[in-house]
Design a protein around this ligand. Structure first.
Ligand code: TXA
Ligand code: MG
Length: 352
């Protein structure tokens, strides 16, 4: 399959490229597009055959449901049933934006889109290119992250190209995404919202709007734990794993730096290629084959925005081992650590 790649701009969403993309979607094809979180791989969410193509292109297990992307709050009534007032409150505050809500699905949503579940995940994205595509096509667009299953989510069109060229019809290249981590997911089917995947919309932010919000216990564990089964099917798979063996170091920063340098030296003596994930604050203190700056601790958004790209860069460089500092003091830190810990396959070393 020939994949059409077109550059589009958020501030000028009038080009005929959107018409081409809409036609592809309406005919049951696949179009990758930027959202504010990560790039999505879109298809007509009410067309089971189109959804199937998403699973095939990504190599995604068929029990892992897709998120439906909508352009307005009214879409909720079409796609979901038993919607509580608190959901409308959250939608009013955080949509469009990086929040996905899970409801009991309506009859028109096919099981092929929900991985066989009776629930459906819905999100209204903020990115103007995503919005325009939903508007122009007039569809509810099913879209998982536009990576091959198991690779880090794409934060630039080049990441999508790497994974999916030849497997999808079109890529809308809208440059680097603004946030870089996937949306917060909350289950709205119970008495109070439960966070299934942490993200930019934090527990604190939601509690200010609707009162009690809890975490799915599975996402808080920092150990590989088979006992607590996550409620979001996708959270159970080994995710975002870089090719190199990634270990996180946790503890007082000066000791972390010492320890990482020690391990890096040992590895390099053995002839291994070593990558280090450093911050602007510590970069100059490290010695390894490749030292990459993920951002600054003064602004954790910079760290969230670069994590996936750095993991991919280390893949391209074919490093054997990767060492990373740990993050995660506030709530965004928690979203970052949730991804980093999985990428590391739960390998965390605590130093005093
Ligand atoms: O920011 C995002 O959410 C991006 C952009 C493209 O919107 N999308 C994204 O989709 O991250 P994906 O498919 O990579 O991750 C969706 C997660 C998976 O872990 C999936 O299992 C979970 O959402 N999910 C979807 N529908 C669900 C449902 N009905 N019940 C529980 N979990 C669900
Ligand atoms: Mg994904």
């Amino acid at each position: 399959m020939n994949t059409i790649i077109k550059k589009v701009q958020e501030d000028r969403c009038t080009s005929e490229d959107f018409e081409i993309a809409s036609e592809i979607l309406k005919k049951g094809g696949l179009v990758a597009f930027p959202t504010e979180t990560v790039y999505g791989l879109g298809a007509n969410g009410l067309d089971e055959e189109a959804s199937k193509k998403i699973y095939a292109a990504k190599g995604r297990p068929s029990d892992n449901p897709l998120i439906l992307h909508v352009a307005d709050i009214e879409a909720l009534k079409v796609l979901a049933v038993d919607i509580k007032d608190s959901a409308y409150e959250l939608a009013k505050h955080f949509w469009p934006g990086p929040l996905t809500m899970i409801f009991k699905k309506s009859a028109i949503v096919p099981y092929g889109t929900t991985g066989g579940l009776d629930t459906v995940a819905i999100r209204m994205p903020q990115n103007k290119i995503a919005k325009e595509l939903i508007h122009q096509s007039g569809l509810y667009i099913a879209a998982p992250s536009a990576n091959s299953s198991g690779r880090p989510s794409p934060t630039m069109a080049s990441h999508v190209e790497e994974d999916l060229t030849g497997k999808i019809d079109m890529i809308l290249d809208g440059g680097k995404v603004s946030l870089g981590l996937e949306s917060t997911i909350i289950d709205m089917t119970g008495d109070y919202p439960i966070i299934l995947r942490p993200g930019f919309i934090t527990k604190d932010m939601m509690e200010k709007v609707v009162g009690r919000v809890e975490y799915d216990p599975a996402i808080l564990s920092t150990e590989k734990n088979e006992v607590i089964k996550p409620k979001a099917p996708g959270m159970k798979y080994k995710h975002y794993a870089p090719v190199g063996d990634l270990t996180i170091y946790e503890g007082p920063m000066a000791h972390v730096v010492l320890e990482i340098n020690k391990r890096a030296k040992e590895d390099m003596k053995k002839g291994l290629k070593v990558g280090i994930i450093a911050t602007q604050e510590t970069k100059a203190q490290y010695e390894a084959t490749y030292v990459k700056t993920i951002g600054t601790r003064k602004n954790e958004k910079t760290i969230a925005g670069s994590l996936y790209a750095i993991l991919r860069e280390f893949d391209d460089l074919k490093v054997d081992t990767i060492y990373s500092e740990s993050f995660g003091t506030d709530e965004l830190g928690q979203a970052i650590m949730n991804r980093l810990i999985k990428a590391a396959g739960y390998q965390i070393v605590k130093v005093d």
